[in-house]
Ligand binder design. Structure first.
Ligand code: HEM
Length: 374
């Protein structure tokens, strides 16, 4: 479909039965998808499909088309809260940029927390909310932000992410119209970009789900395992070897906490700056088992201050993984390019394409690209 058509002046036609089906049917139509009703006593994942079906059905009625004469246009977000829909609030890309900016400012309020930034833990929240996707059943992923609910919030893999959820809740209070899935993934985008990483294309459209949509335990990777496990877990999300390696490069950022995962320490000397150092260090340092009473992890022989998880180290041991890890160690540019592409895909897992408010993902501005007064 041509952009000319998308950009043609379109009237807001919410709740109008007179909307021609053709207009509704065009790809990437702009509409607000209300939160689906709770699925009936979800015994299995069936509830998800029922809920989604209802959402799409209602979404078909509540269509918001948009007039887009500027580059950013006037986007209409999905999952807008009912009250705001009634108030005819239509968030634009600029509104999302304001949310981005608030999140980015929040990173620096970390003070003594960890390495002085909340960025890494917010990125982890975005990844764990997206990485539950199962391509076969089309369940999980970032769409419903189900980590808000027990038991998913209590899954071992999510230990410590209450810190990130609580931080994001402050932003949510200020911008109540944004859905949790959009908020958390936008947080991940801001974390990568503000910590000197590549741009991560992103667009809104996720809707808030219900506890019944929560995913079963065991969908996220177990750091004590090897290559087969990584392929099983990430293959279920739809990722290949190259993408597994690129994604693992996120461990340039942040650290492990013995109180959360049991593991301890940072992977790199600059845990709040995105680089390909994770890969460089994997090859350049000698890694030995850490002698301690905690779970099996590696430490660098030289300084004993850095760590690698068994699932990190396997990237140098498995022939296929090693090829990509070597390439990323040799080229930060290649790593950034591939990391950007795969993280953008990760954050859209589980979101039906028709829910997105724009045909192509947006590039959000970094704080330092904007007027400082903003
Ligand atoms: C390859 C499989 C992966 C495993 C087994 C794994 C495991 C872990 C573990 C055990 C921690 C420490 C948590 C803590 O104690 O606070 C951690 C932290 C982290 N992970 Fe991963 N992870 C994987 C992939 C990813 C991916 C794909 C991303 C993002 C794209 C990511 C981003 C992060 C970040 C940013 C942190 C630091 C969090 C903080 O500083 O609080 N990880 N990961």
């Amino acid at each position: 479909m041509s952009f000319a058509l998308l950009r043609a002046p379109l009237r807001k036609a919410a709740f109008s039965a007179a909307i021609p089906r053709t207009a509704v049917r065009t790809s990437y139509r702009k509409f607000s998808t209300p939160t689906p009703p709770p699925p009936p006593k979800a015994k299995s994942n069936n509830g998800l499909f029922i809920g989604l079906g209802a959402a799409i059905a209602v979404g078909g009625l509540a269509v918001y088309l948009y007039s887009d004469s500027t580059e950013t246009g006037t986007a209409v977000k999905s999952g807008i809260q009912v009250a705001k829909v009634k108030a005819n609030f239509v968030p634009t890309k600029e509104d999302y940029q304001k949310v981005y900016n608030k999140i980015a400012e929040l990173f620096d309020e970390a003070g003594e927390y960890d390495d002085g930034s909340y960025g890494p833990v917010i990125l982890r929240l975005a990844w764990h909310s997206s990485g539950t996707y199962d391509k076969d059943t089309k369940t999980g992923g970032s769409n419903y932000a189900t980590m808000r609910f027990e038991p998913e919030s209590l899954h071992g893999a999510n230990a410590g992410l209450n810190v990130a959820r609580d931080l994001m809740e402050k932003i949510k209070q200020e911008f109540p119209w944004i859905t949790y899935g959009d908020l958390w993934t936008l947080g991940g985008v801001a974390a990568v970009q503000e910590m000197s990483g590549p741009k991560i294309p992103w667009r809104p459209g996720r809707i808030d789900g219900h506890a019944e949509h929560a995913t079963p335990d065991g969908r996220l990777p177990d750091a004590s395992q090897g290559g087969d496990h990584l392929r099983n877990i990430f293959g279920r999300m739809g990722f290949n070897d190259q993408e597994i390696v690129a994604l693992s490069g996120a461990h340039a950022l942040g650290r492990c906490h013995s109180s959360r995962s049991g593991y301890e320490g940072p992977w790199t000397f600059s845990p709040t700056t995105m680089t390909n150092d994770f890969f460089k260090l994997l090859f350049d340092e000698k890694w030995v088992w850490k002698k301690w009473s905690g779970p099996k992890q590696y430490e660098d022989k030289k300084t004993k201050t850095l760590m690698m998880l068994p699932t990190d180290y396997v990237l140098t041991q498995d022939k296929s993984f090693r090829k990509y890890a070597r390439a990323y160690a040799d080229s930060n540019e290649l790593f950034f390019k591939d990391f950007s592409a795969v993280v953008a895909r990760l954050f859209e897992l589980g979101v039906p394409t028709e829910q997105f408010v724009a045909p192509e993902p947006w590039i959000m501005k970094n704080l330092d690209e904007q007027d400082t007064k903003q």
